[in-house]
Design a protein around this ligand. Structure first.
Ligand code: DQQ
Length: 532
């Protein structure tokens, strides 16, 4: 394997080369999943944006097609930026996307398949009545982009466009009867001061209970809440709120348990941006795609010849507590599971790190249930620790605690010169326990110039059954982790120099004073799918 490809992922979505970013217009059409994404056909840095296109029957094995949308007309000559698909009645897909026009203004365009009987929908046309939405008076033409999937209600289509005005982040609402002639609503759909540009908004209904997903327009007569997600340009993270769609006012109001802005909930407390969901009618689920950027240098990316991957698609649904979402890798991923090893009722005493042997630890899926015999020695929680990432930076995997840190050492070299720990730490506060999940890149690599954050998030569970679960998808230079069945997710990019291929190891560890039991651990070697 050439040095260039040493850190390339195996089962995460990637084209064969070059730069990728945002997922665009994921959709399902006549038995095929379509995935478009921001792509630079000419190199491994962000530039020359086109819509690359891949198709799949399972969202795991992918076939690359020619780019579907690329600059060619006055309304997109300077770039074809992000957008979304809507399936119109009679099963007709249509894409809304942002074009950078000949004056570098951001305008919204549409594109439709040239031939609906081509199962792959290879060719897309951009009719000459584009653009269908201009920035208009009072709208910042250099901050007006990323149209959402449209939804139908009371005789009109509606869609959102992300924007800002001074420092206020805004989701503008547009209405149309025919998808061609759009009028801006008098009031923004939602806006929040001091949050800056809202990129890639996403708005969709979720059922109050159960994992089933809903079509974006399908809300009438159903007990639903709505989710609004925005990608904050300033922090480069994706934040969402759970709330109510006031259909009479055509406005969105977050619940009082949901915080707007960067103190709010995140899909992922690591590297995950510009995400977008779609409804999969084949399996009646809502699926989330998110871009995972590199954490190495631009020079490294140019040397590698590639940059950026997509996270494994995740099924999303409302937590029974109705205050947050749950996420889990799509079940199709399990078709890649090969050799399986297990660990059962294994005690982890202070200082233990026990190897999980017999799988390809650099390319693996690990699912573990930890049992916590006693919570008595949990460290006191200081209420000033509002920032999980700062707490993880202070109390890393090596800092002894009471209950934890315990978890997995992923991508670990033999003598632990390199390792990426994914672990829990349990604290005691006056009312309840506070659980921290960390995915700490600090010790992940001996290489210079890397961004190695101590990503972390709190996990809102009560520990009544004294168990915590953790699933980690390990794929050479990415570790994607799901705590407590998908309550808290963290994705880290890491670039080991020693812990590569067969020199990568996996351990279960405990650096707390209290013994923890690995009640059940399953680890699988992962096979390589057909990837573009
Ligand atoms: N990336 C696209 C924009 C979007 C940004 C351009 C988010 O449409 O706002 O590549 O990463």
């Amino acid at each position: 394997v050439s040095v260039k490809q040493l850190l390339r992922t195996s089962y995460h979505f990637q084209p064969s080369k070059n730069w990728i970013n945002d997922p665009n217009a994921p959709m399902y059409y006549n038995g095929i999943y379509h995935f478009f994404y921001q792509y630079n056909p000419k190199g491994a840095v962000w530039s020359n944006m086109v819509w690359a296109h891949s198709v799949s029957k399972d969202m795991i094995n992918w076939e690359a097609l020619e780019p579907a949308i690329y600059p060619s007309e006055h309304f997109d000559i300077n770039g074809a930026w992000s957008g979304s698909a809507t399936i119109l009645p009679n099963n007709k897909p249509i894409i809304l996307y942002t074009g950078l026009d000949h004056k570098d203004r951001q305008v919204q365009n549409y594109a439709v398949p040239a031939n609906l009987s081509d199962p792959y929908l290879r060719k897309w046309i951009k009719p000459s009545n584009n653009p269908v939405v201009n920035p208009g008076k009072g709208v910042n033409a250099s901050a007006f982009r990323d149209p959402t999937t449209a939804w139908w209600l009371n005789g009109h289509w509606r869609m959102l466009v992300g924007s800002k005005r001074n420092h206020r982040g805004i989701a503008y609402l547009y209405r149309s009867r025919d998808f061609m002639y759009w009028i801006k609503a008098k009031h923004p759909f939602h806006s929040v001061p001091y949050t800056g540009m809202w990129e890639c908004p996403d708005f969709y209904p979720v059922l109050l209970s159960g994992k089933e997903g809903l079509e974006t327009s399908n809300i009438q007569g159903k007990p639903v809440k709505h989710v609004l997600k925005v990608s904050l340009d300033i922090t480069r993270y994706d934040y969402y709120t759970v709330g109510t769609y006031l259909t009479a006012k055509d406005r969105y109001v977050p619940d009082n348990t949901s915080v707007d802005g960067w103190a709010g909930l995140r899909y992922d407390y690591g590297n995950f941006y510009a995400s977008k969901t779609f409804f999969d009618p084949a399996k009646k689920r809502r699926i989330l795609w998110g871009w995972v950027n590199e954490s190495d240098t631009t020079e490294d990316d140019v040397k590698k010849g590639w940059a950026g991957i997509q996270a494994i698609p995740r099924t999303v649904w409302l937590d029974p507590n109705q205050r947050q979402l749950m996420q889990w890798p799509i079940e199709e991923l399990e078709t890649l599971r090969g050799k399986n090893v297990k660990m059962r009722h294994q005690q982890l005493k202070t200082g233990d790190h026990i190897e999980v042997k017999g799988i390809t630890a650099a390319q693996a899926d690990v699912d573990v249930t930890f049992y916590i015999p006693s919570l008595d020695k949990a460290e006191p929680f200081n209420p000033s620790w509002t920032n999980a990432q700062e707490l993880c930076a202070k109390k890393g995997a090596e800092v002894q605690g009471g209950v934890g840190p315990f978890g997995l050492l992923t991508l670990a070299s033999k003598n632990l010169e390199e390792y990426t720990p994914v672990f829990f730490r349990v604290f005691k506060s006056s009312k309840k326990h506070v659980i921290l999940l960390c995915s700490d890149a600090t010790s992940s690599s001996l290489m210079d110039g890397l961004y190695k954050p101590s990503f972390a998030g709190y996990v809102n569970v009560d520990l009544a059954d004294k168990r915590l679960t953790l699933r980690s998808l390990i794929d050479h230079s990415v570790v994607e982790s799901f705590g407590a069945g998908g309550k808290t997710c963290i994705t880290s990019r890491v670039y080991p120099t020693l812990a590569v291929f067969e020199n990568a190891n996996l351990y279960a560890f405990n650096h707390g004073t209290e013994t923890i039991t690995v009640e059940n651990l399953n680890a699988w070697s992962m096979k390589k799918p057909r990837m573009n």
